[in-house]
Design a binder for this molecule. Structure first.
Ligand SMILES: [Zn+2]
Length: 347
């Protein structure tokens, strides 16, 4: 994800993120749990929704002791004797689903998630040797133009990966457009694509609240990566279409609850900013392709700061997503180099 100064125009409900472990009431029956993360993005926002006699959880935090300690404190001090009823997952990234196996087992509860996200989480959490993420990395770096370095760099994805508790085998399926009854209220499931293939957002009209997950974030733009060996082959096109769909389905009046940074108002302004951001990036990559180039040469065009190895993977995925979308738009064409790299030049 990349910093984005245009987030300044939004209306935030709070001045700063609360300390890790804090539980804040946001609306009647809706609470915000600040969960620590050991990454440059140092927190994830989780949500606790009143669910009849108990409380439903939205997302989990990653699989490490600090998250478990926060959860134990929540169970002991913040539920007023109520039980956790179930776990709802927006998408299968490790900060959102990493503790699903531990929570469902510890609490004896079940999980609600979309099928595509479940499949991904289940496969990756069961891949003890890290083969799946190594192979994804290898395809990414080869297609991106890293040549002989691709193999070695893909190998580092195994050692630097964020561990996940085994994702439960059984789940309840979330689908686009369905109404999920949580306590007395219906929450509409709105699927977004591009950041993850079947990411579930939740919209509740009476409370005027939109749980956005990572689909719409303030201050940073959600990562949109093309993974050459996975099914979604125009993720940026899918992401932009999802922004339009959310703009049609969710009114501007909502309070947006994003997974990172602060709750905010002015959803439609944020959707516009995200569209504009990607339109500018598309123009930049197209301009830079007067002579055919691989994605690795476009990374400095899109990212003007020094990247560590992990960020390099995201940056390469972002560059490929923009280049491929320009191909879909007919502005660029893609050719294959002898070593398998994709070269992008003017159409
Ligand atoms: Zn995510």
């Amino acid at each position: 994800m990349s910093p984005d100064a245009s987030g300044l125009a939004l209306d935030y409900l709070y001045d700063a993120n609360p300390p890790a472990g804090t539980v804040t009431e946001i609306a009647p029956g809706v609470r915000w749990l600040a969960m620590p993360l050991p990454t440059s993005l140092n927190h994830i926002n989780l949500w606790l929704l009143d669910d009849g006699d108990g409380v439903a959880i939205i997302d989990t935090g990653i699989f490490w002791d600090a998250s478990k300690e926060v959860w134990q404190r929540v169970f002991a001090e913040h539920l007023g004797g109520k039980k956790i009823t179930r776990l709802i997952i927006t998408h299968a990234h490790p900060d959102h689903i990493g503790l699903a196996g531990w929570l469902t087992e510890t609490l004896g509860i079940e999980m609600w998630i979309s099928t595509t996200e479940w499949e991904m989480g289940y496969r990756i959490s069961g891949d003890e040797g890290g083969q799946i993420i190594r192979d994804s990395g290898l395809a990414l770096y080869r297609r991106g133009g890293l040549g002989a370095e691709a193999e070695q760099l893909a190998g580092t994805r195994i050692t630097t990966r964020i561990p996940m508790a085994r994702v439960p085998e059984h789940y309840h399926r979330l689908q686009d457009g369905m109404e999920l009854k949580i306590g007395a209220r219906n929450w509409r499931v709105i699927v977004g694509r591009g950041h993850a293939p079947e990411h579930c957002c939740l919209y509740q009209p009476e409370l005027d609240i939109f749980i956005a997950g990572d689909q719409v974030l303030p201050k940073i733009t959600p990562n949109v990566s093309l993974w050459p060996n996975r099914s979604e082959q125009d993720p940026l096109g899918n992401f932009l279409a999802s922004l339009d769909k959310i703009g049609r389905a969710v009114p501007d009046s909502v309070l947006v609850l994003p997974s990172h940074n602060l709750p905010f108002h002015r959803l439609h302004a944020r959707l516009r900013q995200l569209r504009d951001h990607h339109a500018d990036r598309l123009d930049e990559v197209v301009r830079a392709c007067d002579t055919p180039r691989p994605a690795i040469e476009l990374v400095p065009v899109l990212f003007h700061r020094k990247l560590d190895q992990r960020q390099m993977g995201f940056a390469m995925g972002e560059a490929l997503a923009h280049l491929q979308h320009a191909v879909t738009q007919g502005r660029l064409k893609r050719e294959e180099r002898a070593d398998g790299a994709w070269l992008f030049g003017r159409a």
